[in-house]
Write a protein that binds this ligand. Sequence first.
Ligand SMILES: [Zn+2]
Length: 272
Amino acid sequence: MKILIACDMEGISGVVHWGQVMPGSPEYPRFQSIMTDDANAAVRGAFSAVADEVVVTDGHNTGRNILIEELDPRARLNSSNASPFAMVQGIDAGVDGLILVGYHARVGTQTAILEHTWSSSRVAGVWINEQPLGEIGLNTAMGGHFGIPTLMISGDQSACAEANALIPSIESVVIKQASSRMAAECLPPSVAQAKIEEVARRAVTRLKDGKAPAPLRLQTPLHMAIDFMTSEMVDAASLLPGAQRTGRRIEYNAADMPALYSAFRCLVALAK
Ligand SMILES: [Zn+2]
């Protein structure tokens, strides 16, 4: 059994501020270490169930946050997100279950630590088939395309609620209670990581027992709408062939999730 653990950073234990997740800021190295420990907790949980292969994908910013020298030696690391599937790189390589560690709520969610969707400066909203989705939804739907269920999430209470709304019966670990975008009551990492390990073990055991949540399969062909923050951004994004513009909104039709995911990344990259 092969498990992919997709890690972001905003939902990692103790993170409440951009200064803790931005390379170059004084607090960032501490949280690289804590992110690695949160990932390791999920790795231990997966192996202590029945996983015999665990791959960790670093999906935050440029995908170069996890400290490989501190990673559980049984795991492998997808490092750098200049890759075909970015936050879920490796999802097409025979994976049986997906675990999300350190995830955050979609743009516009109240009381959600560092809520955004892909880019907090560019993206004001994303809808797929008219349903608002953030990074939890996009990456879960990528898994769904390959028939892979999302087993578990860790993050604040709003990220976990967003995942629960999409995937009833997903296992979740609330490791902090947000009171605003940049304040939360946080569990100490040692306590949060014990919970992540325990819940990862339970989530992977459920998969083994045939009791995992169903994969999130969106109806194809897919329709995507993205609202951008400024007119300059949507001017630039509208250059992508196939993009249809109305005001600050781009609409785009895609045959399936990998095509949509690529188009989404292109549109956001263009929208500078
Ligand atoms: Zn991130």
